[in-house]
Ligand binder design. Sequence first.
Ligand code: ADP
Ligand code: ZN
Length: 618
Amino acid sequence: MDNKTRFSIGYFLFILVIMSLIHSLFFQGARYKRVPYNEFRQLVKQGQVERVDLLADRLRGQLQAKDLTGRGKFFETAKVDDPGLIKMLDEAGVTYSGAFAPPWIVQFFTSWILPLGILISIYALVLRKMGPGQGVMAFGRSKAKIFAQTDVDVRFDDVAGVDEAKEELAEVVDFLRNPERYQRLGGKIPRGVLLVGPPGCGKTLMAKAVAGEAGVNFFSISGSEFVEMFVGLGAARVRDLFEQAMEKAPCIVFIDELDALGKSRGMGGITGGHDEREQTLNQLLVEMDGFDTRRGVIIMAATNRPEILDAALLRPGRFDRQVLVDRPDLIGRKHILKVHTKNLVLNPDVNIDRIGEMTPGLTGADLANLANEAALLAARNNKDAVGMAEFEEAFERLAAGLEKKSRVMTPEERRRVAYHELGHAIAAELVGTADPVQKVSIIPRGIGALGYTLQRPTEDRYLLSKSELEDRICVLLGGRASEVLVFEEVSTGAQNDLQRATDIATSMVTEYGMTDRFGPRALRSEPRPLFLSGNMRAPLGPDSISGDTQREVDQEVGKILDAANKRVAEILGRHRKDMDALAKRLLEQETISGDDLRSALGDAVRDSRVAASRSREI
Ligand code: ADP
Ligand code: ZN
């Protein structure tokens, strides 16, 4: 049975149940009180009954006086084989008569057509609410949930604190403004842009601003909406979305929560595959490959979990540009606060800088919320202007809800985090083959991660050499090494780093045959996450590790980790001065861009990369 039939049968059953419910509620003599037969006889004998209808299965009666029995005027009782009934009714002078069954057409009408009519009208009403072209009658016509906007009034100025993203998107705006000129000059035409960042940091706002700046139409739809609708609808919706976008070109098509739809296809394997999602994803890939870029349609999508996306989505010609829209740093927060207090009447005592300093870790949405809350408080207190007191109170209220998100660090903790992250970052720049750093940050990021170092891969990698893996281990151990160097003891902050470093080292020994001790032998058997792709891998075969071998594996892993640790500690020691200067800056600014990091490190970066590439050629 295919999905569609299964769906319509389910639907039919659902209607049937509802109708029987309505039927029994409204048409089964709700106004007749039921009485036992003996009571009925008593009522007749007492002369309280005025008339009785003798139906096929029951007797329906009407009392002389209303409410004599405390039960209302009408009653019914089940028919009993009582030969004395007629006689008794005669004696009591009750009017009685048999009843014709109502003609079948009337029965049919009252019990089926009427409820059906009611149902259909309710359904139609709901559909109208949902908008035209929506629902079962309109399979595949998905106009409703696609949100289309023609005059977008959001501009880049409304999005604050994400200047790098704006720079990267300026090109897209340029292209949309005049696609022809762009092509004549031979520019590479962008097709898909992926906005990556935590919720509430302005990804949607950014996409809208691109549309607004370029003066083009804006279509948006959420990835989860593609999937949660009826089976078979997702793919049709995608087709529809692109059809509409083509009609309205030039335009931006914005897909929010791309991960809901674009999860790696292998990943459904454990919880059971999700055909519908896969179909929809495939359709999206087909459409993205098929459409004509010259028309000026750009697909933008947002996700906060790029790592779980299907690799096919990130190939060239699809979402091959990734733009980071991250939590704002101190300066960013000040800008955002300015944007959101622009239309408020502020008391002169309001100090935006102070508020910015109070709110590390808060997103743009949180800050917008804060400003709004402060304004509401001022209104409630009948103030003429929003003052600092209101902002502080609003922040306290918000902070209760945000506690988990942005725990406030002590100055000592911040220093530690700054050095830890710089350890990763400097190692990444100086080990030779690691991906260059895009950004170092000590802005708290959810529970667990206190800061982070973001590396941007320069090329797609399918294979990694032994020395590249060793470099990666060095980068992972850099955080801990830096803490040892500066504070002379380690903290708990390095746990995840150590886990990942150990995983890589273990894979080198047991899976990739990268040690002299074991040579070209695969030793591991149980399925485990493959750190390169994130996908689950199939088992390799029977477990071939004995206790002794295991011990040797542990030794080899230890050797790799020790060597890497020594190397990175040595690198960091050599650059201790740079590190101190950078740490000072990081503590002030909360973030440092990769370019700033590289210029602070100077020639050392180039030298290390040159050395690494020379050794690769040999
Ligand atoms: P996302 O799509 O990343 O989840 P949104 O774009 O929906 O976030 O942001 C929600 C709201 O928060 C926006 O409408 C805006 O009012 C505010 N906001 C978020 N980020 C920013 C920012 N960088 N600058 C200004 N306002 C922002
Ligand atoms: Zn770390």
